[in-house]
Write a protein that binds this ligand. Structure first.
Ligand SMILES: [Mn+2]
Length: 507
């Protein structure tokens, strides 16, 4: 039988069969929205396959983290949303007999001497779209790779086991799992919703929708009844934000007199023939009728046109919404983008346990804790952006930068930098590089560019990797957003190298 992504079926099956041979599995996953959904998908699949497992999370799978994993009693380790980039180190432990790795990842695999051009290290149970000609940055996320594995695991464990014998007329059910739509639980297709949250969280919905292998997973989710898709306003917060805030905070497409303009957003809504409040509360987009949505969307487009917003930007106001059908209307869990934001908030404050619990269906304690983390996170972001805008950036020939010291947490300094781009005195024509203290010896670096700069040749992943290694650190990431860690005191030399490399790319 073929899985959701046919190119990956054989490898996914081999990985699944290897997992089924294990007495127990250590599941190790990355801490971010994609990593948390990866872990939740894998956890559900292992549980349903009857495999005992334990879960650990790492922000970075460095040598020490891998050594700690090797030191456990587990002979089988499932890495999700990381592992490929650390294959050189993982292989050493595998060769030493510490454990057999099974990897479901979408990041660039490690190479023998750290150079991209040289030959790859590999291992037998390595499921990564990049090995099969599928783009790991836009077509399949870590959660997507985990989903492909989960589907294979269902098939393999089915083939493996005798059909359950119903002793008194009823099939056996798993109480912990009773909320999964029946019929889709057996083949793990209900987990497609989490895979979509992971892909959206990894910014793979470029151009407003998911494509490639991701689109195949979406189709399975729709089929399984856990997902709905539709064309909708592509603003963030359709489920939970009061209407005026939805419009005010939507700044991806800047609409003069509405975006970033509290009074303007209110006046805009007042000018429409619309019931704005119900029972004294602002209504939300998710509660509007189709006609009411049309009224607001058309007025928004008319406003954008009249203010001279380019057509290519106006198109971005509309995109594909991914709705998790089983979640209540008006909660962040119903919208893939809001769900992933909630998960990222738990991850940034090192509460992977909370994020995982939410993914696994904990709707009481964990959901409330996640919401509190998100509220605090938003407060931290806005004070960070205020700080950068107030103090300004240092402008070099090709990049601009600031050093937050310990005044912005290193886990959010990259988002702050990205959000500050375009503010007063912070031009969108140059990438921004942000420093924040990690500890006494190390400084975290985050860099953000724009898609326009990427189209001109910018690749911040390559820049940060090379510049960091030149000063005794390391880094990587994506073309439009990347990170690095450098020794404290090396910032000036690092910025100089970054400036040169960006200059070369954009020339
Ligand atoms: Mn990922």
């Amino acid at each position: 039988m073929t899985g959701p992504v046919p190119e990956l079926t054989d490898r996914a099956t081999a990985c699944a069969e290897r997992l089924l041979e294990a007495d127990g599995v250590l599941l190790a996953s990355h801490i971010d929205a994609d990593g948390l959904t990866s872990a939740a998908i894998a956890a559900r699949a292992l549980e349903r396959a009857g495999l005992p497992f334990e879960t650990v999370f790492e922000k970075q799978l460095d040598d020490a983290a891998i050594a700690a994993i090797a030191a456990t009693d587990y002979d089988t380790v499932l890495f999700t949303d990381f592992g490929s980039g650390q294959l050189d180190v993982i292989r050493e432990h595998e060769d030493a007999g510490a454990f057999t790795p099974v990897i479901a990842d979408h990041h660039q695999p490690a190479t023998i001497d750290g150079q991209r051009s040289s030959s790859r290290v590999d291992t037998e149970y390595h499921l990564n779209p990049l090995l099969f000609g599928i783009d790991g940055s836009s077509e399949l996320s870590g959660a997507g790779a985990s989903y492909v594995l989960a589907r294979a695991l269902a098939t393999a464990s089915d083939a493996d086991s005798e059909p359950p014998i119903a002793t008194d007329g009823g099939a056996e059910t798993d109480a912990a799992d009773a909320d999964a739509p029946s019929g889709t639980r057996a083949d793990n297709r209900d987990l497609a919703a989490l895979a979509v949250v992971g892909a959206v969280g990894d910014m793979q919905a470029s151009g407003g929708e998911l494509h490639g292998a991701n689109a195949k997973i979406v189709a399975e989710g729709v089929d399984a009844g856990v997902l709905e898709t539709g064309t909708d306003l592509s603003l963030y917060g359709k489920q939970t934000r009061p209407l005026p805030k939805l419009l005010e905070y939507a700044t991806d497409v800047h609409i003069p007199g509405v975006s970033n303009d509290e009074g303007g957003a209110l006046r805009f809504l007042d000018g429409l023939d619309l019931e704005l409040k119900r029972d004294g509360e602002w209504r939300r987009w998710s509660g509007l009728t189709a006609d009411e949505k049309q009224t607001v969307a058309s007025a928004l487009v008319r406003r954008a046109v009249s203010k001279g917003v380019p057509a290519s930007k106006i198109e971005q106001l509309v995109g594909t919404a991914y709705v998790l059908s089983a979640e209540p209307v008006g909660t962040e869990l119903r919208d893939a983008s809001e769900f992933s934001t909630l998960l990222n908030a738990t991850a940034r404050y090192e509460r992977a346990d909370v994020g995982l619990a939410v993914c696994l269906g904990d709707r009481d304690g964990a959901l409330e804790r996640a919401r509190t983390l998100l509220r605090d996170h938003r407060r931290n972001l806005s004070s960070g952006i205020d700080l950068v805008t107030r103090e300004g950036v240092t402008v070099e020939e090709h990049v601009q930068w600031f050093h937050a010291g310990d005044r912005i947490r290193e886990t959010i300094v990259g988002i702050v930098a990205g959000m500050a781009l375009g503010n007063d005195g912070i031009s969108r024509s140059k990438p921004i590089v942000a420093f924040a203290d990690k500890d006494d010896d190390e400084v975290k670096v985050s860099a953000r560019g724009t898609h326009a700069l990427v189209r001109r040749g910018l690749d911040l992943s390559a820049v940060l990797g090379e510049a960091a290694r030149a000063v005794g650190g390391d880094g990587g990431g994506h073309d439009v957003a990347a990170g690095a860690t450098v020794p404290a005191g090396a910032e000036a030399a690092f910025v100089e190298r970054v400036d040169e490399l960006v200059g070369e790319q954009l020339s």
